[in-house]
Design a protein around this ligand. Structure first.
Ligand code: SAH
Length: 453
């Protein structure tokens, strides 16, 4: 006879596991219940909510035995905001959990239980790490609100402080909110498509200290722009760049097509190792610069370059990894699907006097076979694909030409494990996996895997 779990049942359960998005998991006679806010090892009173065929959800009512790793979330809006998922778990606990996530997919999906997954490389100070904030603004009951969206909604959780963003972003988020009406600007209302300020974007260059502020407005006409510039300069006196982007559409997409300079210069600079990068308003750039250096350092270590190698950097973005490793290799070929990113990569190569990095725009699964067909040969291949992992065609090309070493940088352990299995079946051997924590307090984990054939 099996126990059937019903909606509204009140139970006391033992929490066994944590999902990748930070929900506790308890099993009631084999039936998994997801409990947001509960941690592994805890005993909790719950009320069952929605039940589906194979799993259900429950609300946490009370913790009867707390995990020793439970901490009080330092952020006041943690339970509402969708930005962080794990602030209720100590940072050490988060790192243990993230390693477990990677170990689990390496066992289950990649079927590589013997391959070492090292302890996660975390941050000494896991706060204030983001170099970019995209902050929505709106009107509510005649007042301006700004903050971050509640998980899976467009409801802004109004806040003045976000502990993972820069102090400059905090100050601007709060001051614009309180002074916007005073300079005659309304925030945008999604329902009525009225009001001017849609988003505030703040980008900082960690090594240069430069700050870029982008105001995304509903229309181009911005009669209060001088007052807005003065206000921003008052809040962040060292601001180096103020830009306006206008987005006239009714859309969830943040940016419109056009960006104009309001004050200062149109780029800020940051460096990774000894390479400088110019970042413009729309450029893709890793959001945690301290850990980016750790991540790329790990990729470089696994690449084991002596200076004689030809290297591919697939999914190269603005060429950050390519330029980082170009100094240690004979030549690097970067490929990326977004043409503007390739323009940035070329400009950044020039800026740093790097002549042995070549960039081409296009899908990696098309451009790389073309390079091989043209007779080029490579010793090491670095891939850093988006969440969906490597394209099948690219994996086929790797297995056809078999570069001796593959370094796989991944932001999604699930697709990493899937692709490692395919490469293993084709003859590669995964040597080890090093997870890196790029996003403390979120459920994300980045990995670098090293393979040889
Ligand atoms: N290596 C870079 C960017 C990694 S993000 C860095 O560390 O900064 C993944 C990149 O893959 C994105 O820039 C995305 O535009 C690009 N991309 C997505 N699909 C692609 C494809 N099929 N071929 C080439 N690049 C692709």
């Amino acid at each position: 006879m099996s126990y059937s779990v019903n909606r509204n049942d009140r139970l006391n359960v033992y929490v066994e596991d944590l999902t990748h998005d930070g929900s506790g998991v308890a099993k009631v006679e084999g039936y998994p219940l997801f409990i947001p806010g509960a941690l592994p090892g805890e005993e909790v009173d719950i009320q069952v909510g929605k039940t589906l065929k194979n799993y259900g959800f429950a609300r946490l009512l009370n913790i009867t035995k707390a995990s020793p790793d439970r901490v009080k979330p330092p952020c006041n809006v943690f339970s509402q905001c969708g930005g962080c998922q794990m602030q209720h778990l100590s940072y050490e606990g988060q790192l243990v959990q993230k390693r477990k996530t990677v170990r689990d997919v390496m066992d289950r999906i990649a079927k590589l239980p013997h391959v070492p997954v090292h302890p996660v490389k975390g941050m000494d100070d896991p706060w204030r790490y983001r170099n970019k904030s995209q902050i929505p603004f709106s009107e509510r009951d005649g007042k301006v609100v700004s903050g971050f969206y509640k998980s899976r909604t467009h409801h802004i959780v109004d806040t003045d402080i976000c502990l993972i963003q820069s102090h400059e972003a905090d100050d601007l988020m709060a001051m614009l909110k309180y002074e916007l009406h005073a300079i005659g600007v309304d925030a945008y209302d999604e329902k009525t498509h009225l009001g001017l300020l849609r988003h505030l974007i703040v980008r900082t260059g960690r090594t240069s200290g430069e700050v870029m502020v982008i105001l995304v407005t509903r229309k181009k006409k911005f009669t209060q722009k001088d007052a807005a510039i003065e206000l921003i300069k008052r809040v962040v006196p060292n601001v180096t760049s103020i830009m306006q982007n206008f987005n006239t559409e009714r859309t969830n997409v943040i940016f419109g097509d056009e960006t104009v300079l309001l004050y200062g210069k149109p780029v800020i600079v940051d460096s990774i190792g000894n390479i400088d990068f110019e970042i413009s308003a729309r450029s893709f750039y890793q959001v945690n610069p301290i850990q980016t250096e750790v991540l790329y350092g790990q990729a470089l270590e696994y690449a084991q370059l002596t200076g004689n190698e030809s290297v591919i950097d697939a999914y190269c973005g603005i060429g950050t990894i390519s330029l980082f490793i170009a100094q240690k290799a004979k030549e690097v070929y970067g490929v990326e699907i977004v043409p503007e990113a390739i323009e940035d990569a070329k400009r950044n190569a020039e800026l740093n006097d790097i002549n042995n990095a070549h960039f081409e725009a296009g899908p990696a699964e098309v451009v790389i076979p073309k390079w091989y067909a043209d007779g080029k040969r490579f010793d090491v291949l670095v891939v850093d694909p988006p969440r969906k992992g490597c394209d099948e065609e690219l994996l086929k090309t790797i297995l056809e030409y078999k570069p001796k070493r593959v370094v796989y940088v991944s932001c999604n352990p699930g697709t990493l494990a899937r692709d490692l299995r395919i490469l293993e079946d084709g003859g590669y051997r995964t040597q080890e996996v090093q997870p890196v924590d790029m996003f403390p307090h979120s459920s994300h984990v980045e990995c670098v895997a090293w393979l040889e054939i």
